[in-house]
Design a protein around this ligand. Structure first.
Ligand SMILES: C[S@@+](CC[C@H](N)C(=O)[O-])C[C@H]1O[C@@H](n2cnc3c(N)ncnc32)[C@H](O)[C@@H]1O
Length: 326
């Protein structure tokens, strides 16, 4: 790794402020196990973190993806979360996320290992014109999440992301003879007695239901306490949690090239994965350090840490006990 000046480092990772289009060039080829990211979306309404115009969006994002391809390990994965969008002033959806997917597979030789859909039940209805006022479209509460790979067999282990069995399945496991007779289904599935074996959980589907309702985390509390704006488009921890568990092993390297508040890095840290975060906005990245410090810090020390980070003069090693070191 040739990157030198991180904004902060932790036991498992390093966060760098800068343009990931340039920072990606600093990484060795084939060195990253998972790129987990959520770029600024191609929404019509301008967001605080800046969006490029929908038409130009694919041309803007494509060069980042090209560089991701180079740094990704041969059995690595690229997980790209993209929110849907409407065309300007029309109740017609943009196809940008699908067009981008096809371009990535056609022109960069990425494979679509599987498409995922992140359903956020707590999403508010929008756009107001079509959904709330005219009532001609329903609430858009699903993001497309493309799981891309360089080979047909990226590293993946479903056993790491099993979900609880349904009540029905639990009953079946307790008394298979009572509830089920082994037989071939019309679908072609040959359901044998082994179907009722407890494998520690059920296989999840590609519809990930994860509410985005974080409102009282340490990150939010510290942002509020020191008067720093929290990142407006964070994804919930459970989203990177699922993919990091599914697609990497302990000690592997995960990178988020649009890190924002560094949700990915924080989750990777808790799972003992090496992580790298690239974020253009130093203020967002400085605030993300709040995820890694002791929760019982006084406000002055936290603010002083934030200001020190913003100045970007020296790399700060976290976690640290602010009371003693600042
Ligand atoms: C949707 S947000 C990511 C939020 C993140 N997933 C989280 O949980 O906080 C996208 C981020 O990409 C950053 N960004 C935009 N252009 C960038 C670039 N060229 N290099 C690095 N980061 C960039 C924006 O500043 C923004 O914080």
């Amino acid at each position: 790794m040739v990157l030198e000046k991180a904004l902060y480092t932790t036991n498992w990772g390093a966060a760098y402020a800068g343009n990931s289009l340039e920072l990606l060039d600093e990484l060795e080829s084939d060195s990253i196990n998972l790129v987990m990211t959520s770029p600024p979306f191609a929404l019509q309404r301008e967001k605080r973190y800046g969006n490029v115009d929908q038409d130009a969006y694919i041309d803007w994002l494509f060069p980042f993806c090209k560089k991701v391809y180079r740094v990704l390990a041969p059995d690595g994965s690229f997980v790209l979360d993209l929110g849907g969008a409407y065309q300007s002033k029309r109740p017609v959806r943009s196809l940008y996320n699908y067009r981008l997917l096809i371009k990535l597979c056609d022109e960069l030789d990425f494979r679509l290992a599987e498409e995922f859909f992140w359903y956020n039940p707590s999403k508010l209805p929008s756009p107001i014109e079509w959904v709330n006022k005219r009532k001609i479209r329903v609430k858009d509460a699903v993001n497309t999440v493309w799981w891309l790979s360089k080979t047909d067999y990226p590293k993946a282990n479903v056993k790491n992301v099993l979900v609880p069995y349904s009540e029905r399945m639990k009953k079946l496991q307790q008394n298979p003879a009572k509830y089920y007779k082994p037989k071939a289904r019309p679908s072609g599935h040959d359901i044998s007695a082994g179907f009722a074996i407890d494998n520690g959980g059920a296989i999840p589907s590609n519809l990930l239901q994860i509410p985005n309702t974080e409102s009282n985390s340490q990150y939010i509390q510290m942002c509020k306490a020191v008067g720093v704006a929290a990142h407006p488009a964070r994804f919930p921890e459970k989203l990177p949690l699922f993919f990091i568990n599914f697609l990497t092993n302990s000690g592997d390297t995960v990178i988020d090239i649009f890190a924002g508040s560094n949700t990915t890095g924080y989750v990777a840290e808790t799972l003992k994965r090496r992580w790298i975060a690239f974020e253009l906005n130093p203020s967002y990245l400085a605030g993300s350090a709040f995820r890694f410090i002791d929760s019982n810090q006084n406000i002055d020390a936290t603010l002083s840490l934030f200001n020190k980070l913003i100045q970007m003069q020296e790399t700060i090693n976290l976690p640290l006990s602010l009371q003693f070191s600042l």
